[in-house]
Design a protein around this ligand. Structure first.
Ligand SMILES: Nc1ncnc2c1ncn2[C@@H]1O[C@H](COP(=O)(O)OP(=O)(O)OP(=O)(O)O)[C@@H](O)[C@H]1O
Length: 525
């Protein structure tokens, strides 16, 4: 039985709550009480209670696998809880499928967008909202979407196929999809993992506007600064349990870190003590065809053995294209990529690069990092099988393969693994990333190409990734770290190249001046 009442509190009430920072005193839009959810023997949510007030922006934090997405999936009707209750505006409801959530005004934007690439933005929005006469409903929907987009400051071309849009534009389509469907409770699962700081800022401004109108927003994040800056309240989960809900003013980053992972983690810069000869050299490299990232033109840089070369820049300035060239997903049109001891690289496949000692961590894990439908063991072992590490591909030594996967899962702290034949797609986002890292680092690579390797990772896991990058470098390896997170670049790099409009526009020795890098990043953008 579903009872429904989604009327928002009067705006004056919301405004006064927001103005006084008293979101906790506003009426409860959503209340979860004693929620339990298990997958087989595994208890993913253990007696979790959570409340969301009208007119608030609420951040949900926790280490990888803590149960954040599972909890939000219960609210969105994708999972049904084993026990516990859900109330909306004080009335109990049973949300046993997504269409009930939809009817109740609950909308969720998932980590991986659910859009049809060949459809326009409006057609995608129509998939969520369409009924009746197609033409009439499209005309009405266009007006309604345009009105909402203008109100919350989302610039968007509704007639463009989403496959041609940037990630942040696609996210806008997802958000407009739920807003046109009258969502009053808006759930965003790691919305800024793929956004630049400026895009994230714009997103949160729009969310604050929605909250001020009496809607409620929950966002899941691993970025502490973001929670402390944009949320009215912060809730932390750990290992399927609720830890605490706090106001950002009552807590600092160090305290928040230890609430999340149960310990204090402080990362320090740790420069290379043994930089050797040039290992990889790019000379006048250009690439303009295909892909949706900016073309790159005349890229020049050299990275030596025992060195981490960080590539800083605002996202969308050619970093993805450069990563694709360096990992064998694309071939350059002009210029040369030279590898010491090998010669020019010229369209080598990812497999051939792997044989040359490359390890690749792609920013888009879903497309290039893992096959979600294959098992954890298959995902981990695939390249080792091809390299013959477990005997002939026709007569694989499964026992060795299992033992080596087991060892790596343990060494890389991949959590939530009930069995090695479990599908990789069932791992939480952060644990899936750890599986990629386990595969890539367990072969002691001599060259690491890492593009946003800490995306979606909690602070402890991010620190572990940084340790692996340092280890690779300290073994004499060459590391190219492409990241839009300037803090990460400053922390990790021995030298820094700034990418803007498809070229390396400035280089800095570490420790580098943050402002100078910032200027180089934006001066050409
Ligand atoms: N459909 C499922 N079947 C089996 N296990 C699942 C399923 N969905 C989630 N889990 C498990 O439940 C646990 C919690 O996962 P969840 O995705 O909620 O974590 P999270 O806090 O969102 O993590 P992350 O920050 O890494 O995204 C994980 O161990 C995950 O493997």
């Amino acid at each position: 039985m579903t009872s429904l009442s989604t009327t928002a509190a009067p705006i004056s009430e919301q405004a006064s709550c927001a103005a006084t920072g008293l979101a906790a005193l506003a009426p409860r839009a959503l209340q979860l009480t004693n929620i339990v959810k298990s997958f087989g023997d595994y208890v993913a949510l253990d007696d979790v209670s959570f409340d969301l007030r009208r007119g608030e922006v609420h951040a949900l934090l926790g280490e990888n696998g803590a149960g954040k997405s599972t909890l939000m999936n219960v609210v969105a009707g994708l999972y049904t809880s084993d026990s516990g209750t859900v109330a909306l505006n004080g009335s109990p409801v049973i949300i046993d499928n997504p269409s009930v959530a939809h009817r109740l005004g609950i909308g969720m934007v998932h980590q991986h967008y659910r859009l049809v690439d060949t459809f326009t933005a409006l057609e995608n929005i129509q998939l969520e909202n369409g009924h009746g006469n197609y033409r009439r409903s499209m005309a009405k929907l266009r007006d309604r979407t345009t009105e909402i987009a203008e109100r919350i400051g989302f610039g968007i071309d509704l007639d463009r196929p989403v496959g041609e849009m940037s990630i942040s534009e696609q996210q806008r389509v997802e958000i407009l999809k739920i807003l046109t469907a009258d969502a009053r409770i808006i759930i965003l699962d790691e919305p800024t993992a793929v956004l630049t700081d400026a895009e994230a800022d714009r997103l949160f401004t729009a969310m604050a506007g929605l909250a001020a109108e009496g809607n409620s927003v929950v966002f899941v994040t691993h970025k502490l600064r973001e929670a402390l800056t944009y949320a009215d309240r912060i809730t932390v989960m750990r290992a399927g349990k609720m830890v605490r809900t706090v106001a950002p003013n009552d807590i600092d980053t160090t305290q928040l870190t230890s609430m999340i992972v149960g310990e204090t983690i402080v990362e320090r810069r740790y420069p290379s003590s043994n930089i050797g000869d040039p290992k990889i050299v790019l000379k006048g490299v250009s690439q303009a065809g295909g892909g949706d990232d900016a073309p790159i033109s005349d890229v020049n840089f050299t990275v030596r053995e025992g060195e981490i070369y960080g590539i800083a820049g605002v996202g969308g300035n050619g970093q993805s294209r450069l990563a694709a060239l360096l990992t064998g997903l694309m071939r350059h049109d002009q210029g040369r990529i030279l590898l010491a001891g090998h010669g020019a690289l010229d369209g080598e496949t990812p497999l051939a690069l792997r044989e040359l000692g490359f390890a690749c961590i792609h920013s888009d894990r879903a497309h290039y990092g893992l096959a979600n439908d294959l098992t954890i063991m298959e995902n981990f072992s695939v390249s080792a099988v091809l390299a013959g590490d477990f005997g002939s591909p026709f007569k694989i030594d499964k026992r060795r393969m299992r033992a080596s996967t087991q060892e790596a899962v343990k060494a890389f702290d991949v959590r939530g693994v009930r069995a090695l034949h479990q599908k990789a797609g069932l791992l939480s986002g952060g644990n899936a990333q750890k599986l990629v890292l386990a595969r890539e680092f367990s072969r002691a690579p001599s060259i690491v190409i890492a593009h946003s390797p800490c995306r979606g990772l909690d602070v402890r896991a991010a620190a572990a990734v940084h340790e692996h990058l340092h280890d690779a470098r300290d073994r004499g390896g060459t590391v190219i770290l492409i990241s839009e997170d300037l803090d990460e670049i400053l922390l990790m790099s021995d030298r820094i190249g700034v990418m803007s409009r498809g070229a390396i526009v400035a280089e800095f020795d570490a420790p580098a001046d943050r402002n100078a890098i910032g200027k180089a990043m934006t001066g050409h953008a």
